[in-house]
Write a protein that binds this ligand. Structure first.
Ligand code: PMP
Length: 294
């Protein structure tokens, strides 16, 4: 089935969803985006994603043509038009078409695209068995160069780290910042568990303050696990009892080795498994209804 795409106020067939080659999103990666999930006919954490989208846009002085309410409705309508209940939704707002120079002032009209489709980042068996990762030479962008809180169309930093993972024969890498502190994976946040405490690096080190990260921090507290947001180095990662990554697309994926050091007993840890269960319970039951509720 051909997908229906929201493009600048219209719903068009994917073959007709075309964007100018002069769009600065294409020429320079000038724009912002969000990745959102719907489960069982409900969009999970839609307001949190929308808030982050508008904040990313504000930070780069990009005025999103759609109001907050219009954008929300357009997302729901795109899911409906594609008759989906479980979906991965990609919202992209780029600077729009301009000339061949950098100047965003030459781009009068931003481009808005909403795609409702599906995503599978990792094979299902890795969620049961866990996944090996490595740390890579490519450092996460310094916040004073490009703040990780801006979910921009500039992912080259993360893509370089992904290439390094691929070349090493693993599916994901962990990025350090320039000081050597652990920040996050290429498209996911990272957590470790040590002596029952759930620990994640503070976002200011150069990690996106992920929405899944926030949900896990909250759920860990609800479950009674001590929680810490604090910097840690590779050593602490190597000697962690448990490790997992979090993200809208990846959900929660257990990590069983880092740079060849086995984590815990080499199997997904008990707290990780508990948090995966809690996350799944939430995604299936909460969120913005897409269709009129029966
Ligand atoms: N870090 C990066 C760099 C990301 O791109 C993402 C989302 N794709 C995440 C972390 C996870 O964020 P969220 O839980 O909000 O999806």
């Amino acid at each position: 089935m051909s997908r229906i795409i929201y493009l600048n106020g219209s719903y068009v067939n994917e073959n007709d969803a075309k964007v100018s080659v002069f769009d600065h999103g294409f020429l320079y990666g000038d724009g912002v985006f969000e990745g959102i999930r719907a489960y069982a006919g409900r969009v999970f954490k839609l307001d949190e994603h929308l808030q982050r989208l508008y904040e990313s846009a504000k930070s780069i002085m990009l005025s999103i043509p759609e109001s907050y309410g219009k954008m929300k409705e357009a997302i729901l309508e795109t899911i409906r038009r594609n008759e989906l209940r479980d979906a991965y939704i990609r919202v992209v707002v780029s600077r729009g078409a301009g000339d061949l120079g950098l100047d965003p002032n030459k781009c009068p009209k931003p481009t808005t695209v909403i795609i409702a489709s599906s995503i599978a980042l990792y094979p299902p068996e890795l969620y049961e068995k866990g996944m090996p990762v490595i740390t890579v030479p490519t450092r996460r962008n310094a916040p004073d160069a490009l703040d990780a809180q801006i979910k921009s169309l500039n992912y080259l930093n993360n893509i370089l780290a992904k290439i390094e993972a691929n070349r090493a024969g693993v599916m994901e890498s962990v990025m350090l910042n320039a000081q050597g502190y652990v920040t996050e994976a290429t498209g996911d946040n990272i957590f470790i568990v040590k002596n029952g405490t759930v620990i994640t690096p503070p976002a200011y080190l150069g990690a996106l303050n992920g929405i899944t990260r926030q949900v896990i921090l909250e759920e860990a507290k609800n479950a009674g696990y001590p929680v810490e947001e604090r910097p840690f180095t590779r050593h602490e990662l190597y000697v962690a009892d448990e490790c997992f990554l979090t993200g809208t697309a990846a959900e929660i994926i257990p990590i069983i080795s880092v740079d060849g050091r086995q984590i815990g007993n080499g199997k997904p840890g008990a707290i990780t498994v508990d948090l995966i269960g809690r996350y799944r319970a939430l995604t299936g039951t909460t969120g913005e209804p897409v269709y009129p509720e029966q």
